[in-house]
Design a binder for this molecule. Structure first.
Ligand code: PLP
Length: 430
């Protein structure tokens, strides 16, 4: 049996693992070293010129990080990946590697608020243009929104915080028809529940701070290359991959073929911007990934039970969890996420903001904090925190009602989670 036949549960433990040559350590070691000794003067020059496969400096290339990146790439079905300092840095690096000043990015209108802030803030200030298409728009509407300058189509497979599902098969067709790569933030789904490359994505993003780690002790991000996009056919859109490199070296597309994007990302974007991922964090991330399938199964089971328990409570106006009977995108959820739709359950409380305050302040087991994908159940009123900079109309347009509370369902005994949420709901005065 070869590594290619291994199932997900085996690959999450073994894919990309190295056995340390010196000590034979079974666990991938933490290579806590800034740089790597050259064999000679000429070897140093070869490494810097990218003509040697051996590494030079940990800002963009560290052995512990490489194992974690390869493991995520394997689970996603991609060819390579790069780890960076946070999920936010992963989005910034992924888009910066694709688009230059004057270029355009097309996004879904339902995105994690930090991503929306970045595209409307830092990236716009750097000269990138953006427009958003409704997550419910049809294929032709997406195709029509693609401009000659569009360099990426960007969406979240499961959007944070309301769980709207992007129809990845449809977006894959849009990518194919327009020749624009599809970039998917797969943080909330994880590769256990959804693998966007199977639907036509070119690049997958993760905040590894969330379910991939699971323990809530490290911040990190990953950019995974599917090896699925024909960069050679898109030379006019991505000149950075086709221009000859210094000293007459062949272009990234010629040298790396399908993996040209990751090679450029690693050796230009991440090297120049420097959002390095600490190898200690990669070590902790690897320990999280080893149990991903088991955790996701329980996360989904607990989230479904919590959604059911809250849906009929008189203090709850609406429960957002993908695939529930009243979800208009139910058919897409069933097709795209047959094993479950993650573990964010957002509730809209009848009593609005005051009810949300009483509910959150009444929690005993569940922690009131920002973060998702932890083994612990966490809850937050996004309207006064994550979406706090928006005005009422902007929040309403995003579906963020005054009584909305996002709950990231953890792995505690489900009866204990439900009991805590119900006792906190009882504390809301009518
Ligand atoms: C879907 C999604 N993508 C990206 C990010 C950013 O990740 P990080 O907090 O690791 O920078 C988050 C953070 O909550 C997120 O929810």
């Amino acid at each position: 049996m070869s590594a290619t036949d291994w199932g997900f549960a085996t690959r999450q433990i073994h894919a990309g693992a190295i056995v340390d040559a010196e000590a034979g350590a079974r666990i991938t070691p933490i290579y806590q070293s800034a740089g790597y000794v050259f064999d000679s003067f000429d070897d140093g020059a070869e490494r810097f010129a990218g003509r040697s496969a051996r590494r030079a400096y940990s800002r963009n290339d560290n052995p512990t990080n490489v194992v974690a990146a390869r493991r995520i790439a394997d689970l996603e079905g991609g060819v390579d990946g790069v780890l960076v300092a946070s999920g936010q840095a992963a989005i910034a690096a992924a888009l910066s590697a694709l688009a230059q000043s004057g270029d355009h990015i097309l996004t879904s209108d339902r995105l994690y608020e930090g991503t929306r802030e970045m595209v409307r803030g830092a990236l716009r200030r750097q000269g990138l243009r953006f427009s958003a298409v409704s997550i419910d728009a049809d294929e032709q509407a997406w195709v029509d929104a693609v401009l000659p300058e569009t360099r990426a189509i960007y969406a979240e497979s499961i959007a944070n915080p309301l769980g709207e599902i992007a129809d990845l098969a449809m977006l894959g067709r849009v990518s194919e028809r327009t020749g624009v790569p599809l970039v998917i933030d797969n943080t909330v789904a994880t590769p256990y529940l959804c693998r966007p490359f199977e639907h036509g994505a070119a690049v997958v993003i993760h905040s590894t701070s969330k379910w991939l780690s699971g323990h809530g002790s490290v911040i990190g991000g990953a950019i995974i290359d599917g090896g699925t996009f024909d960069w050679a056919a898109a030379a006019d859109r991505f000149p950075q991959l086709h221009e000859p490199r210094p000293h007459g070296a062949e272009s990234f597309a010629e040298r790396f073929g399908d993996a040209a994007y990751t090679a450029y990302l690693r050796s230009v974007t991440v090297l120049e911007h420097g959002p390095s991922f600490p190898p200690t964090s990669a070590f902790l991330l690897l320990h999280g990934i080893e149990t991903l399938s088991l955790r996701m199964e329980r996360h989904v089971e607990n989230a479904r039970a919590v959604a059911d328990a809250l849906a009929t409570h008189p203090a709850v106006a609406h429960v957002h969890y993908p695939g529930r009977p009243d979800d208009p995108r139910r058919a897409v959820v069933e097709r795209m996420l047959p094993d479950g739709a993650g573990s964010i359950v957002s509730v809209d409380l009848v009593g609005g903001r005051d009810a949300a305050r009483a509910f959150l302040d009444g929690l005993r087991l569940v922690s009131q904090m920002t973060h998702i994908g932890d083994v612990r159940t966490l809850a937050i009123h996004t309207g006064s925190t994550i979406h706090g900079k928006l005005d009422d109309a902007e929040r309403r347009a995003l579906g963020i009602t005054p009584g909305l509370v996002r709950i990231s369902i953890g792995l505690e005994r489900v009866d204990d989670i439900v009991a805590d949420l119900l006792q906190a709901l009882e504390g809301i005065r009518p």
